[in-house]
Each structure stands twice: as structure tokens, then as C-alpha cells.
Design a protein around this ligand. Sequence first.
Ligand code: NAP
Length: 649
Amino acid sequence: MSATLLPIRDDDPSIARAISDAHLPSLIAATVQLTGDASLVRGDIKPVYDFFGDGQGALTPEQQGRAREAALAALCRYRDSGQKAPPPGPELVRELMNFVAGAEIPERYLPFLEEELALHGGDVKAAARRAPVPDAARKEFHVLIVGAGMSGILAAIRLKQAGIAYTIIDKNAEVGGTWLENAYPGCRVDNPNHLYSYSFEPNYDWPQHFSTQPVLHAYFRSVAEKYGVRGEVRFGTELVEAVYDERRDLWRAQLRQGGRDEFVEANAIITAVGQLNRPKLPPFRGRESFKGPQFHSARWDHSVALAGKRVAVIGTGASAFQFIPEIAPQVKELIVFQRNAPWLAPTANYHQDVPEGQKWLLKHVPGYAQWYRFWLFWMLTDGIYPAVQADPTWNGTPDAVSAANGQIRDVMRLYIAQQLPDRPDLAEKMTPNYPPGGKRIVRDNGVWLKALSRENVHVVTDPIREIVPDGIVTADGKKHVADVIIYGTGFQASHFLEPMKFKGRGGVDLHEQWNGDARAYLGITVPNFPNLFLMYGPNTNIVVNGSIIFFSECEIRYILGLIELMLEEGASAIEPKQDVHDRFNRKVDAANAGMAWGAPQVTSWYKNEKGRVSQNWPWPLVDYWAATRAPNPADFILRKTQARLARTA
Ligand code: NAP
């Protein structure tokens, strides 16, 4: 893991070999940057992308050859002379952005994308340290971070960098959160790793484009080690309840470790517990009567040998989608109980290794890693946002929400049908009847339908009536005999922060205030709960556009902004104004109603029991970035007390 550029010592043929593995539009931009000669992007070479294409921008073989030759010449010159052109000016950066993105990038995106691009290096997303806050005030302010997964590790790193003291706890015995707990066979990230990583900790050695759980876990663990966070985590420790002491503006937190309770005080609490942490086990009648082993995908029981067994899997969401192809060849019989099929995004490199040449380019070519991440960012984030926006005038079938959405649906329908020419029965079952983007679209390289077409695999779409000692009975009365049941049934996502309890100002209970419908201002702060900061809180999840690490980085920058604002003002409590919070949530609801996942025909974990989309951010990422760069003091109530600041134990 390193962002430091290595010197080029390779000979010409080795460089040429590496170039053959390049993402060409990114390499072209890096070449222009290196030479200062923009003629390469001002001629006939213009990348054009197809949503499900290979990402190379559909350049002709002749154009590819020309681009490679120019890159080789530039890299050899750079190797021999060490000379680089001066950094590109804003006009050229913009031209290169449009070139790499294959689109005219709107004006309002430019500062946002420039930050993402980070062409000049450095930790550009680190919170700006406000000079007027004396170091003593920072050190005296103490934060309790709950959770040491992706967001909690990040929170600790940023607080440490800002000189703010903290205690970090995690219920598990190791860091990593979701990447520790989800150890089911086949578990891997479905966002390209060169994007799904902290902006300040790029990894140029990802073994695969979409790495597996052990690799992801090792990454988060090593970052936590590198910044000294891992050694600080109080493992095996849960926050049971936190009560706000208004007189002293302190949170009093009840921590439980190994059955022992301890009370600590903190000026602020950051919850970093994820949305997808508590497994959901549907209350099927007779579940307890089942005689064989049964477990949830996030609590995979590796001691249960599946070879030669009759295995029932309930659910075909993102997790089951990954483990079913892994276990299908081992088991005697696999019965898959499906309620709704997932849409599949054809992704040829889903299981492929990152070519060695690509790794070399990332490590050696100035600007290449930045342009490549920029390209991934644009293509996977706001680049596809319009295709999941509902068109209010759309009068087509309910499996789309607009003409653009219908086009994606058609491509994906064809992708399913083409793989199952002899199984129209299975093709029908596996073709979703809701719009693309209604639920998470899963990446596929063909293994899914191949697994489901196996002779030992059966897909059952009749609803489950009950579980009996030796299997599962469906509504049609048929018993499906099974030795093992695996629940791929997802998480209690809309039950934010449960089972922890929070009592805010005036003794208000957070879960009573939410009443099953969690809301927060920008997903981070909640009225009546001063100095309680949520990471990955309500309405900060994304469906199609981007990496959740991006959100966490925005959130922690904003949280630090809030803490520093408080310290700067000599205040001891900050909470959002009720009307600001309410207005924001009304806008969120209206915008979510206009997205594929908000369509009335869609049911998913994005909607809570009240039918409200409580999980997702409805706008482009640029809007979250802009809203969270720094808190607007006018949105908050700041309170000053004379109370002494506390330190936790
Ligand atoms: P999920 O997407 O919520 O899928 C749960 C599955 O169980 C769905 O097929 C659902 O059917 C079914 N189900 C739930 N309750 C049921 C019931 N009572 N009866 C029958 N079927 C039932 O959960 P998940 O697969 O664990 O994934 C959750 C989220 O985790 C994903 O959306 C994604 O954000 C994340 N994830 C990411 C990755 C990755 O990055 N690679 C991998 C895994 C998970 P319906 O669709 O009809 O509700």
C-alpha cells in the first residue's frame, strides 16, 4: 500500500508490455500531463462509453496503437530525463476530465471532481484544521467512537489527525466490521477496489478488480495498524445505552464488556455501526423446529460441511448471489427460495486479477492512478445517475421508470435470455419485474445463471409457508426436504442504531422519537441529541452511484467541522435546528420518490416499515459533497455551559 510514485528503471519492451494492460483513456490523460502536449486529446481520439462495455472508450485498433506509441515514447523520455511538464492548468485539467469521462462535465461538478482527482497529491479530503482552536481545547474534548469498521477506523484517523482525543470500541474481537463479519464463501466487494478504498490510502496492489473478503479485511486492518488505531480499540465492547447530561453537556455511556458494565463520559459520540450489521431472520413459522444446522450469511457456520447435503437457501440478494455459485458444485441438492430476482450488470472482469501491467502503471506513471480513479468515479457514480431517475411522464411497463431506465432493462433482459437459451422457465423466473436500480444491481460474469442451471439446483418461487423439522413447506403445500438452511435474507437495515439506546435532551428516547422512521439532518445529526454524530446514518446509502467510503469521508469531514465549530465558539453542545432537519427530510422524501428505488412497485430494504425510503441519498454525489464540506452555523443550535469537559476512562 503506497501512494509514492516509484522511479522507472524498466527497459522499453517492459514498459510497452505494461502499457498493453492500460486503461487507455487514463493513460492518454497521464501522457498529456507528462508531456504538456495536448494534441493527443485534440484529434480524432474521443472515448465513448457504453454502460456495460469494456471501459476502453471504443477506440479503434489504430487509435489504440497510436495512443500506446505516444505513451511509450513519453514514458521512456521521462525515465531517461526525469523531466515532467509543469502541472496542468485548470483549463487543461477540465479538457482532460471531459476526455477521460467521454462527456462534457457540468460546471458545478468541477471543484468536486478536482478534489476527487487529487492531481497534486496529498490528503485533500482531510478536514481543514481551524487555526483558532487551541490544542488544549482539542485534547480536552473527548469523543466515543462506536464501531471499528470502515467508518470507525476513518473517524479515529481523522480525530487523531485533528488532535482530538477519543475512545474507540467495537463489539467484535477485531477491526473490519462488515468485512470481518461477512466471511461467507465468495464474499467480495462489488465496487472496483481502486475506488473502494480510502482516498488517502490508495492500494496499487489490489490483486483483483473486485477483491475478496479476506483481501478487503486485510486492507482495513493494515490501515488501522498503520495509523495506530487498531491497538487502541477496546474489543468485545458494546455500547448499551448513552444518556445525555444536559447540565454538563456530556454523554454518559454504559459499555458492556464480557458481561461487565462500565460507565464512561464523553463530550460527543460518533456512531459508526453501519446500516447492514444486524442480520434479519424472517419470522417463518416453525423456524425453531428445524433439526439441521441453520445460519445467516453474515454468521456463516464454517464448521458445517455442505458437501453431499441438501441445502436450502432463502433469498437471492447481493449476498446469496455471491455464495450460491460457490456452494452449488459441492452440495447434493440446492433449493433456492426466491421472492424477487436481482438485475445483473454484465461485468467481465468481476473475478479477474488486476493485470501486472496495470499495477506497474499505477505505481510508476505520474497521474495515471489519479486519472484511473477519476474515471472509475465518474463512470460509477454520477455518470449513471440519470438512468435511475424516474420520468414523471413515463407510461411504459412498471419494470422501468423512464426511457433511459428501460434501455438498461432491455440490455439486462437480453443478457439473461442469452445465457439461458434452453431454459425459458428459468429465464422467466430470473428476470426481475421491477425497474433497474429499484434494488441493488449485482455484478455478474455469468457464474450466477450457470450455477442456477445446474441439475442439482432448483429455484423455487412459491412463497414459504413454514419451516418444518426436515425442510421448508411452500404455499402450494409442497415440502422441500433440506439438511441445512442458509438465510441470505439481509439485515435489519432500517432499525438504525439498534439495539443501542440513546436518551437525549429532556430524556427523549431516540427510538421513540424516530418511531420506526429514522431521520437525521444530512444523515449525521438529530434534533434533541446534541453531540451525537452518525456515520452511515439515515438516507446516506447509495444504490447505483458510488462507493460508501466516499460518504464516510464526507461525513467525518463534516463531523470534525461541527466539533471544531463548537470548540471555536467555546460552546459545549451542538444540535441541528428542528426546522432545518424537517425541511431537509421533506426534500429527501420528495427526491427519493423520483428515483427507481422510490417507485411504488418496488419493495426493498431501502424502505422502512412505514414505506419511506429511509436508507438512500436521492441526489448525485456532488450534492452530498457540497452539503458536507463544512457545516453552516445557521443550521445549528450552539449552547455554552460552564461545565468542565470530561475525559473517558
Ligand atoms: P438483501 O439484498 O436484503 O437480500 C435479501 C434477500 O432475501 C432478498 O432476495 C429478499 O427478497 C430475501 N428475503 C428477505 N426476507 C424474506 C422473506 N421473509 N421471505 C423470502 N425471502 C426473503 O440482503 P443481502 O443479500 O445480504 O445484501 C444486503 C446489502 O448488503 C446489499 O444490498 C448490498 O448493499 C450489501 N452487500 C454488498 C455486497 C458487495 O458489495 N459485494 C455483497 C453482499 C451484500 P426480496 O428481494 O423479495 O426482498
